[in-house]
Design a binder for this molecule. Sequence first.
Ligand SMILES: *[C@@H]1O[C@H](CO)[C@@H](O)[C@H](O)[C@H]1NC(C)=O
Ligand SMILES: *[C@@H]1O[C@H](CO)[C@@H](O)[C@H](O)[C@H]1NC(C)=O
Ligand SMILES: *[C@@H]1O[C@H](CO)[C@@H](O)[C@H](O)[C@H]1NC(C)=O
Ligand SMILES: *[C@@H]1O[C@H](CO)[C@@H](O)[C@H](O)[C@H]1NC(C)=O
Ligand SMILES: *[C@@H]1O[C@H](CO)[C@@H](O)[C@H](O)[C@H]1NC(C)=O
Ligand SMILES: *[C@@H]1O[C@H](CO)[C@@H](O)[C@H](O)[C@H]1NC(C)=O
Length: 483
Amino acid sequence: MTFLRCIQNRFGVLRLLLLGLVLVHGARAVHTDPSTGKLVRYSVRPRANSVTGNYLPPPTADAWYKAPEGWQSAKPGDVLRIREHAYPTINIPNAIDTFQVLYRTSDSLDNASWSVATVYIPKSHRNCLPGSNATKSGCSHAMVVYDVPSDSVSPDAAPGYLLQFQEPYGEMRDMLARGWFIMVPDYEGPEAAFCAGVQAGHATLDATRAVLKVAGQFGLEMDRVKVGMWGYSGGAFAVGFASELAETYAPELVIDAAVVGGSSPNISKVDERMNKATTAGLFVTSLYGATVQQPEAHAFLLKQLRTEGLYNKTKFLSALTMTGAEVLGAFWQEDIFNYLENGRDDFDNPIIQSAIDRDAVMGLHGTPRIPSFYYKAVYDELSPVNETSVMIDDFCRHGANILFHQNTIGGHNDELWTGRLRALDYLTAKLEGKVGNSSGVKMDIPATGCVTQTVSLPLETLYLLPDWWWTTGPGLGQGLFPK
Ligand SMILES: *[C@@H]1O[C@H](CO)[C@@H](O)[C@H](O)[C@H]1NC(C)=O
Ligand SMILES: *[C@@H]1O[C@H](CO)[C@@H](O)[C@H](O)[C@H]1NC(C)=O
Ligand SMILES: *[C@@H]1O[C@H](CO)[C@@H](O)[C@H](O)[C@H]1NC(C)=O
Ligand SMILES: *[C@@H]1O[C@H](CO)[C@@H](O)[C@H](O)[C@H]1NC(C)=O
Ligand SMILES: *[C@@H]1O[C@H](CO)[C@@H](O)[C@H](O)[C@H]1NC(C)=O
Ligand SMILES: *[C@@H]1O[C@H](CO)[C@@H](O)[C@H](O)[C@H]1NC(C)=O
């Protein structure tokens, strides 16, 4: 009886038991699973035999993963190739099939480029797939463009490849359970330019254009389709740039919602904060990635890397073959300035800083015209909340439509988990036209203009319940915070 009451009370006992774990593990800058304290496994390269099934080879060894002859003459957003049933094995719950689209895009300098988008089809869509016999009921009419934080400068850590093994946070599973197509662009492009904002924005927008051209073949209801975008942290960087660039770069594209969590508007400031911290490896990848497309800055960085000592060029450039998780381990708490001939002065050099200002600072490339939900922890240790509020205030002065949640509890990693249900509620409102209530938080979504809402939401231990609870068990369709 008591136990049952606890279950009805949404696992009150479990909450208490797990509270300790959360307190211990909750406040990390890196993305950790609060139940285990371990890095989320998405960016961990699978060990041989640690996964069963057949998998696509890494992009650099995959003949499909290259632009076909003559691709440069295609227009941004054109489809260059389609791979149906792309994943031989799917490890994301609630996905029934995948397909990939290789498409034309433009890099940060507006040079012709290409990338790959992977689309995950929800199980509820099973009667709507090509060749299916049935009644065409339950067909999907929404797609969420989901930018995952890649954190890597290795083309072989592209999401389209790594998501075969595991998704990072369970967000894809939850969106698929709502019957939405999920589209994940490899927004860093063929050079894996992590933190090259314009590249990420272009690649996200062109992936959306390209996939919408073909999604009807896979049964997505194109006559009433709604499109959302969502990203946290590094993913928020890509969604943020896409939102800013949309009006000028893809004016014909209709996107109904953008969700931007844990945004870090200025990579230069974030790098300073990550130096010597657990996230020092991301200083390496962001410095390399944000400058790799800018010839002068790239040459300068390579020239200033020390060739002798323990903090040398060879070690620095070893990041080029590492996944995001590997790079964290390799540079754990290192002082990254040590790799530069003149230390911090080289980082502060105008050649580097102007490259970052051009391509890795949000808020400077246009006003988002897409209804948006931003959420951020007030005590986000990677970027102070006021950097984001200053940016949002500016957007709002220029006519943006934004709901901004500032959570007074937790840091960068906590907000990733606590923001999830509110993000889903916002997407539900915009994609389904009904108020999502899974978070139990009343979302003050403004019809026009902007609203800043302060919330105080702790890291909810029920996030620790396993997949089955949310997908096939009693948690299906349930929220965490009953009123
Ligand atoms: C990329 O664009 C820049 C600026 O327009 C140009 O100088 C450069 O030659 C281009 N690079 C390539 C590889 O096309
Ligand atoms: C469709 O129906 C036919 C005849 O009933 C059957 O042979 C075929 O296997 C079905 N195909 C699918 C995809 O269900
Ligand atoms: C570069 O650094 C690594 C470890 O950081 C070290 O093993 C290697 O010997 C160094 N190389 C040179 C040329 O000093
Ligand atoms: C980004 O941050 C750096 C370091 O604080 C600062 O020098 C630079 O002016 C900022 N860039 C922009 C565009 O605000
Ligand atoms: C943000 O707040 C900090 C501390 O209160 C302050 O030093 C900084 O100047 C503020 N930044 C902005 C962009 O308002
Ligand atoms: C959310 O709404 C649905 C349908 O209106 C209802 O069945 C469910 O109990 C609600 N959940 C919460 C947490 O309020």
